[in-house]
Design a protein around this ligand. Structure first.
Ligand code: PLP
Length: 390
């Protein structure tokens, strides 16, 4: 059955959306302007001479690719179908064991599975901070060697994780990997595009990014950046020949399905937002200040405590909220009460039905908006008889 127009309206329209995955993907004005012009199917491919979207001159994707490489402090870049696909492409250059942090996103595991890599996890410090200690990578590398006879083929670190918004020490992990000669994939789905990230400074071998999560682009689009050392290996070109015609596809990169699997709006919006993204990363410090202020305000509410590292170094946060959970038990709407109370106050994005924990992201909100969100939580708490410090 066809969708009715009503069904295509956005439920969060007009509200402050604090959903953790939404904040960094909100389009810039510049990106909004290109939506209609480039909305047709293969809009980008009007003048394609090389058979690959990353080599286009009109629009200037080839030049953009070089600009992104420079921005990320890497040598070579390709556009992928999200961070998940970028991880898949990076991992496609390796066989054997992969070591990942235990806060890695599910897409890391899926990318490894698809590449036939065996996954070993670096533990975190557990409740309440769940930190990934860089030194723990050493222990796991040694464990892999002991169990399999070889050191791992590759390692991955989630720069900021999706669960607690902890910011891992990428430089330290990269140093350890370098000492072992193990290439490091840095998953910056929640960092590059909102804060400054440089592969050269960090010392990692791959940077994975998500355009729709953190670079103000339309989904799906990701970025894989790497060094000259690894580029040929992961951007391997096709070697097959057609039996019938003997055709060869020697320019087509295998893990990118020949030509980048994204063209049109996702890539054009990424390009249109880029000048703004390059500037906004410089304002990260203030974004973190807002997050720290917000934590202080939330913890004035009885029974509310931040999970993850303190002080916060990222804008994604997770609160333990047993007091809200007790209210939910007696409320006729059960766990949905909080979602509805927030919605009535113009705030969207806290998971419906969830009151044990509240996970949200304040990235890109103005101070006034951050205050509105904090006030809404306090007002709801007081309405249901929780104490709120002045
Ligand atoms: C840490 C992390 N990596 C990767 C992803 C997936 O990103 P994408 O949708 O670009 O594949 C997510 C999604 O939430 C994530 O949190």
């Amino acid at each position: 059955m066809l969708s009715k127009p009503m069904e295509l309206l956005r439920p969060s329209k007009g509200m402050i959306n604090v959903h953790p995955i939404q904040r960094g993907g909100i389009l810039t004005e510049e990106a909004r302007k290109v939506l209609l012009e480039w909305g047709d199917g293969y809009s980008m491919c009007d003048i394609c001479l090389e058979g690959r979207v990353d080599l286009l001159d009109k629009p200037p994707v080839k030049r953009f690719k070089e600009e992104v490489a420079e921005f990320l402090g890497m040598d070579e870049v390709r556009f992928t179908a999200g961070a998940r696909h970028a991880k898949f492409v990076a991992m496609s250059g390796f066989k054997g064991a992969l070591v990942v942090d235990s806060l890695a996103h599910y897409t890391t595991y899926i990318a490894a599975e698809l590449n036939g890599l065996r996954v070993y996890e670096v533990p975190n410090t557990g409740y309440p901070e769940f930190r990934i200690e860089a030194e723990s990578y050493t222990d796991v590398f040694e464990k892999v060697k002991e169990e399999t006879g070889d050191y791992p083929a590759v390692a991955l670190l989630t720069h900021a994780d999706y669960k607690y918004g902890n910011l891992a020490d990428a430089k330290k992990v990269a140093e350890i990997c370098r000492d072992y000669g193990i290439p490091l994939i840095l998953n910056t789905a929640y960092t590059s595009g909102i804060m400054e990230v440089s592969g050269r400074e960090t010392g990692c071998d791959f940077i994975v990014a998500s355009g729709h999560k953190s670079w103000a682009a339309t989904a799906p689009i990701g970025i894989l950046a790497t060094t000259f050392e690894f580029a040929e290996r992961v951007f391997r070109v096709s070697e097959v020949r057609g039996n019938w015609s003997g055709r060869a596809f020697t320019k087509k990169e295998v893990a990118l399905f020949g030509c980048s699997p994204v063209y049109g709006l996702p890539l054009v919006t990424l390009m249109a937002s880029f000048p703004v993204v390059k500037e906004r990363v410089k304002r990260w410090k203030e974004e973190v200040e807002k997050a720290r202020w917000f934590v202080e305000e939330m913890e004035k509410i009885e029974g509310v405590m931040l999970l993850g590292e303190r002080p916060k170094n990222h804008t994604l946060m997770n609160f333990e909220t047993p007091s809200f959970n007790l209210i939910a038990k007696k409320h006729r709407r059960k766990g949905y009460f909080l979602y509805h109370e927030l919605k009535e106050r113009g705030i969207f994005g806290v998971q419906p039905g969830m009151t044990r924990n509240v996970k949200l992201n304040v990235y890109g909100l103005s101070w006034e908006e951050v205050e509105r969100v904090a006030e809404a939580f306090k007002e709801i708490a007081e309405k249901y008889g929780l104490e709120v410090e002045d």
